[in-house]
Design a protein around this ligand. Structure first.
Ligand SMILES: Cc1cc2nc3c(=O)[nH]c(=O)nc-3n(C[C@H](O)[C@H](O)[C@@H](O)COP(=O)(O)OP(=O)(O)OC[C@H]3O[C@@H](n4cnc5c(N)ncnc54)[C@H](O)[C@@H]3O)c2cc1C
Length: 259
């Protein structure tokens, strides 16, 4: 079972995130890391391969620093990495991202399963997996909170508020997983040392046969027109309970039409 896991390098959500003058995400001004939701996809791939056989390849598209996302995945146990790195990619939207990732998956050769996170923690569009499946001509099943691979099929459970459904697709397939699916492992000391020797290939757009005019900000189908920082949170109202706490709470909720 050869699995490709798409992993994105994103600005740390704990940092003070901002935008460039062209309103693309500022990726230099704040530390980046492997998108936390992608750790679940890496963990699931490792579990599948450990229960049988095969290899896990992690694939990222992003600037130099995106190698950090590959490194963390290799430390967790992935076997190899692919980094698509090309200046023309900067400013790409989800449509262009899916094009580049699809061509990279094809170049990886015989792939049985493509796993992704539920969404990146920066763009949070949740559309790249579906676009990727369309471009690869593969079935896609999304939002998996449980996953089994058996006899050439992948079976997943999707949960929503009122019911759960079980969905099956033939392999190869593209599957996005939620943060309910597993508990991602921390890299062990052994894993950190082993990662240093694992192969990472760097591919350009030319290596993938992608025309640079199809990617980047100028080719984006959607543009961010305006950004506004969310106003800082106002200090809460403190009520000292001197016997009237319940009433004060009821008034507070009623005043906001919450009760
Ligand atoms: C309204 C809106 C407008 C936007 N407009 C622009 C714009 O004009 N210009 C611009 O540059 N950007 C724009 N973006 C951002 C851009 O579309 C995303 O950053 C793009 O990389 C993919 O979408 P996403 O990150 O939300 O991925 P999602 O669809 O949320 O990602 C799902 C999964 O796909 C995988 N994945 C996604 N991206 C990568 C990657 N690069 N490498 C590896 N795996 C990946 C990960 O596994 C991830 O968990 C916009 C975003 C929004 C929400």
């Amino acid at each position: 079972m050869n699995i490709v896991v798409c992993v994105k390098y994103v600005p740390d959500a704990q940092g003070d995130r901002g935008f460039e003058s062209d309103r693309t995400t500022d990726r230099e001004g704040v530390d980046g890391l492997l998108s936390e939701l992608d750790e679940y996809a890496v963990e699931e791939a490792l579990k599948i391969v450990e229960a049988g056989e095969g290899e896990v390849t992690v694939l990222t598209m992003g600037p130099d620093d995106a190698a950090t996302a590959i490194k963390k995945s290799l430390q967790m146990g992935a076997h190899q990495g692919v980094h698509v790195l090309d200046e023309a990619i900067a400013g790409s939207d989800a449509v262009a991202t899916s094009l580049v990732l699809a061509e990279a998956v094809k170049k990886c050769g015989d792939v049985d399963l493509v796993l992704t996170g539920l969404a990146s923690t920066d763009g949070v569009m949740s559309v790249v997996p579906a676009m990727l499946a369309e471009r690869l001509g593969l079935p896609q099943v999304t939002f998996a909170s449980e996953l089994t691979v058996e006899g050439g099929h992948v079976r997943i459970r999707r949960d929503n508020e009122s019911f759960s459904e079980t969905v099956e697709a033939d392999l190869p397939a593209v599957v996005s997983v939620t943060d309910q699916i597993n508990e991602p492992r921390y890299p062990s000391f052994k894993g950190i040392m082993a990662a240093k020797k694992k192969p990472v290939q760097t591919w350009s757009l030319a290596d993938l046969g992608v025309d640079p005019s199809q990617v980047g900000l100028d080719a984006a189908w959607a543009r961010v027109e305006e950004t506004q920082a969310r106003p800082p949170r106002e200090a809460g109202e403190v009520v000292t309970d001197e016997g009237q706490g319940g009433e004060a709470l009821a008034d507070f909720l009623a005043g906001r039409r919450l009760a």
